[in-house]
Design a protein around this ligand. Sequence first.
Ligand code: HEM
Length: 239
Amino acid sequence: MTAAVERPAATRHRPSTFALKQVMAITGVVFVAFTFIHMYGNLKVYWGRQALDGYATWLREVGYPLLPYKSVLWALRITLLVSLVAHVWAAVALWLRGRAARGKHRRRAMPRSMAWGARTMLPGGVWILIFVVVHLLDLTVGLIVAPESWAAQGPDGLIPAYDNLVASFSRPLMAAYYTFTMFVIAFHIWHGWRTLLQDWGITGRRIRVVWATIGALIALAIVLGNAAIPLLVLTGVIA
Ligand code: HEM
């Protein structure tokens, strides 16, 4: 039996690769939870203008007047932003370490399907990052659709989420961009979800199958729930 070779303390990574993977895992779970809940909220569009606008207004008013207007929303935004910075930082650090460790040698160390999934994680993550910026400028800041109506609302007015959404997705390119991105996100979640168990050191076959199935269902729900919206606007079903 060969003894485990430990790296000399001077060359040991700080933070450890294990810690970076835990950061990726925990912040990844935060995003999956957010994306799923957000998709559920988006489904209000099927109940019409008032339902979606009321939901957007509620997001700002929740806790008010006990808590300041928008304070819960800002807590959520800060959590997401901190998670995003940590997720991207850990991903880049792990990628750089992996590259340095491999040196000039390129060897396939995992099954072909897993290797393909892993290879798409970085470009997929960059795509999603760009999408989040475009999406915020489009539907939260309203820079692209209706800046004046969006910014003006206070505790008493409905947020024009429905009109903004319809205006945005009535542009074929934007609708196609959203729909395609939902597939990128679903794939990112599906693969990321599968790697979570490895990061947590869980190897049982049955639990891996159950876990992968849950991940696949979440990814599918996100694609079906979200990607249908731009397509239905484009075809005039939601107007
Ligand atoms: C077709 C799919 C989607 C639709 C129809 C949609 C719709 C919306 C709408 C209407 C808003 C504005 C809500 C408000 O300000 O009250 C919003 C905000 C937001 N969306 Fe989406 N969204 C979609 C997908 C996504 C995805 C996949 C993500 C994340 C990867 C995401 C992240 C966000 C974030 C971070 C906000 C800002 C929340 C805030 O701080 O106010 N959205 N979305």
